[in-house]
Ligand binder design. Structure first.
Ligand code: NAP
Length: 330
């Protein structure tokens, strides 16, 4: 049983739509596991300007301590920024928030997607020794978090999106920050991070992948919604494009558990995972911001584990077995 200053915690998610979110299950499991009274609410707030007064009312409740912590999702990850007093370093660099809390009367905006992605990636990669080369599909909010995480650890990142100007704007954002990005690689061993835009065409992607010989490895991250239910058969990569032998595929989508992209990776015997681990990890980090307590990751993960792929390459290497995919720490 964990003692908190407040006997009942009010947490929640602002977004639109929110009714299918897994966040209530994850956070409710965390509260129960710690024996804390509280509730994680869903707050459907339409896009601005329609949802302006609802959004303002919720933020005021957060400032007054009526609400103890909020998550923010589409379409408010950026529209909420003008209402905040302060952004954390990660949220400022990414230019979007997913976690809000109050500190000494000030509203703080944080972004735990980048750290959540990185923490889960470490778990999935295990002994996968790659070249620290990544191809990121998409250039929206999630792609920004992924790119930010990878750059901090010295990865070479190629971004591709159907609107070239969006990829260019992402790259420009991080180039501007270049030199100010935290260098989090162990022992300061990171190479100078490298960021490029490649055309969102079969030729462009295939040229990039062709520069990854069989002996080398490349991480492919899907940060587009292509393949989300109900479009189970849509693949963000051209179907005719074979994945390189040394690829590791990370799809940020977790519903369905196995997207067409993941199916093609698994069919080729490649290591692959969906975004459920990132979802749990970003939630755990948000929970820690709100409570100051270590999040009960096992309980949080168990609450949604049925959305995980059952057999991530378990026959290839124990590293990718189901047990390995359970967060090992609480
Ligand atoms: P977003 O800001 O709307 O960005 C989506 C990106 O995908 C944009 O570049 C968009 O281009 C592109 N895109 C959309 N439809 C496409 C299509 N049919 N073909 C090619 N590109 C397309 O969304 P987001 O917040 O980054 O989320 C992206 C995905 O990541 C979603 O599936 C979301 O559920 C997932 N996600 C997962 C986690 C997790 O914890 N696992 C966290 C965050 C997000 P346009 O701007 O041209 O549409």
């Amino acid at each position: 049983m964990t003692e908190f200053a407040k006997p009942y915690l009010q947490l929640g998610l602002i977004g639109y739509p929110v009714k299918h979110s897994l966040s209530p299950r994850i956070h409710q499991a965390a509260l129960e596991s710690l024996g804390v009274e509280g509730r994680y609410h869903l707050y459907p707030v339409p896009p601005l300007p329609e949802g302006k007064s609802d959004l303002e009312a919720l933020l005021e409740q957060l400032r007054q301590g009526v609400i103890d912590g909020l998550n923010v999702t589409i379409p408010h990850k950026q529209s909420v920024l003008p209402y905040l007093d302060e952004l954390t370093e990660d949220a400022g660099a990414i230019g979007a928030v997913n976690t809000l809390y109050e500190k000494r009367g000030r509203l703080i905006g944080d972004n735990t997607d980048a750290a959540g992605f990185w923490a889960d990636l470490q778990l999935r990669l295990g002994r996968w020794k790659g070249e620290r080369r990544a191809l990121v599909l998409g250039a929206g909010g999630a792609a920004r978090a992924v790119v930010y995480a990878l750059l901090q650890y010295g990865w070479h990142v190629a971004v591709t999106a159907r609107r070239r100007e969006q990829s260019l704007s992402l790259v420009e954002n991080f180039r501007r920050l270049s030199g100010k990005l935290p260098d989090r690689a162990a022992g300061g061993e990171s190479d100078a991070p490298c960021l490029e835009v490649i055309p969102f065409t079969e030729q462009g992607i295939s040229d990039f992948l062709a520069h990854t010989p069989a002996s080398r490895r490349v991480l492919i991250v899907n940060a587009t919604p292509v393949g989300m239910e109900p479009d189970f058969d849509d693949n963000p990569l051209p179907a005719s494009l074979p994945l390189p032998e040394g690829a590791f595929v990370y799809d940020l989508i977790y519903r369905p558990a196995e997207t067409a992209l993941l199916r093609s990776a698994l069919a080729q015997g490649l290591p692959a995972c969906n975004g459920l681990g990132m979802l749990v990890e970003q939630a755990a980090l948000a929970f820690e911001r709100w409570t100051g307590e270590p999040a009960p990751r096992r309980a949080m993960y168990a609450a949604v584990q049925s959305y995980q792929i059952e057999d991530i390459n378990s026959d290839q290497d124990k590293v990718y077995s189901r047990d390995r995919c359970n967060p090992p720490r609480d």
